[in-house]
Write a protein that binds this ligand. Sequence first.
Ligand code: HDE
Length: 682
Amino acid sequence: MMSDHKVPVNRKQEQLEEYKVTDQGQALTTNQGLKVAEDEFSLKAGERGPTLLEDFHFREKMTHFDHERIPERIVHARGFAAHGEFELYQSMKEYTKAGFLQDPAEKTPVFVRFSTVAGSKGSAETVRDARGFATKFYTQEGNYDLVGNNIPVFFIQDAIKFPDLIHAVKPEPHNEMPQAASAHDTFWDFVANNQETAHMVMWAMSDRALPRSLRMMEGFGVHTFRFINDQGQAHFVKFHWKPVLGVHSIVWDEAQKISGKDPDFHRRDLWDAIENGDYPEYELGVQLLKEEDEFKFDFDILDPTKIWPEEEVPVKLIGKMTLNRNVDNVFAEAEQVAFHPGHVVPGIDFSNDPLLQGRLFSYTDTQLIRLGGPNFHELPINRPVCPFFNNQRDGHGRQTINRGAVSYHKNSLAGNTPAPVPESEGGYAHYQERVEGHKVRARSESFKDHFSQARLFWNSMSEPEQLHIIQAFSFELGKVKSKDVRQQAVDMFGHVSSELMTQVADNIGANPPQAEESKVTKASPALSQLNTTMAAATRKVGVILDSDAPVEQVGEVLSALKLAGIQAELISSKLTPIKGADGQELELDHTFQTADSVIFDAIYVVGSKRGDKKFEEETRYFLREAFAHAKPIGASYAGEELLEKESLKGKPGVLTASSAEDFAQEFIGAITQHRFWERELA
Ligand code: HDE
């Protein structure tokens, strides 16, 4: 029997393209290629009878569906990804023989997956957390994975503590709360009793843990790696990704509200930017250190809780990555991609950082359970672009059909192929670092200073950034139920700054810290986000207007915003287009129900003279929120009266068309500044 109602299957070609329907025009078949005559009714014994076991099509469809999920990543479960390319500015031959770092004329395809760390796969994206920043370079010498984070240090110094850290930060097992949050007892108990966490916790409590966009955050390789050149000489190297748009954040109240209003905020932002042709760009930077300078610093370069301050070891920008293509299918690409810090190419090698060493074990192991067997390298997203051959065979989900009888090395039947290649011809050879020592479970003395760089970070923050850190600690510890754990945390971070912890202690009803404060007075200005690139391009403005709006005037402002690369979205009570006297028409993007101040970088209020109370209330709510979050506000027409009612006129970052010489340009200037922190400090 055929389906009994018609759906509009005859869509126009453009519509199909919009939704990227790739199976268009194809017959529906089973996985065996059998054409299916009916896909809405299972096979039954009579119209009102039981379903028959014989219905192979129903069983195939349902069985596949039942197995559609794979285990989520134990960490970094919530992620999103995009394709792009990497181009080199100058040859790095002097330092490394890595093929993709030799020739500026050559482009290397890349795939980047961004993620939060603690939350489950469906959790909100604007939570307070580190962000994963994992890049796969598909080079001609094999895949190279730079599996980093947006924070340059880590919580712990030895991989053996990773399961403990993650158990502590994940939802507490007895009630599975809280989701995607560090603001709970077990996390802070872990922190206070594992004080190597101090430096990273300072970063996690800072604005860095609340990126405005995945396009506006740095990436770091974290560990010390090695570059090896064709002479066999080694340099220590740290990797950085620097976003061309600068490093920017949102505020905590905003972050929490976005989690409800748009839990997909970051992926949407990345997706939209790429669809709009605003391709995210990141410059690749390296900090290089000669082998003989290993012991030149007051920290150990193998310790992953330490940065190399940029002012002491400059970051050399060597290339740029551009993300220019969205995924076609999130599961096939972002979910099935398998990164591994041990996916290296000749010219890139490891250091003895004990965290890195442990990671080199963990990543393959995790893919085996997550992707169901040892053949995950055959999934399209994980395949190298260069040929690959070895004697590995069979296993779950094997796709390659290896021909012939020989699958072992050494052999004579296949002329001893595939054969190892000498280092001089591109074979990977590990750097021959000299190692000696006793077999011990111990930590080097040089790893034991946990507070100096945490203090350096605090010293490097601007006033608003320090205020945000105080607020973050107060929130997080305020959520901790154990008074004892709260006090332990206050005392621990008293070693970093007693000013910081005295204020936090006051906010959470703890005793001021007694600890001796770090004596470090130096700062690293590169760590403050206030010293980053500021740009208006790709920022998003919410424009509030109603049917009586002066369409021509608004149209002029909108054109100026567009010219500056700013995205304007129009909000009103209804989605009915607004018509101007000269026939110009403004399409609406949102109603008050579908938009909220928190999803915009700035607000432009045109307002309405119609005297609609509801419209006025909604608009005033936008104004209050935008003002509280330190965002630029522009007003013209009736919007100016609402500013007056909210007592916002003349406040920093609040502009009115009637008092501006060139309102659009001044508003763009305010958007370039992003936030007006003086409001918070006042
Ligand atoms: Fe990971 N980490 N990690 N990690 N990590 C994973 O691998 C692990 C660490 C990072 O988008 C897992 O495929 C250990 C530091 C990113 O697919 C797992 C230790 C840094 C991603 C794993 C660390 C990272 C992961 C889970 C301590 C920054 C997501 C799923 C020694 C430099 C990659 C997976 C993606 C994912 C283990 C610490 C970055 C379990 C044992 C430090 C960006 O293998």
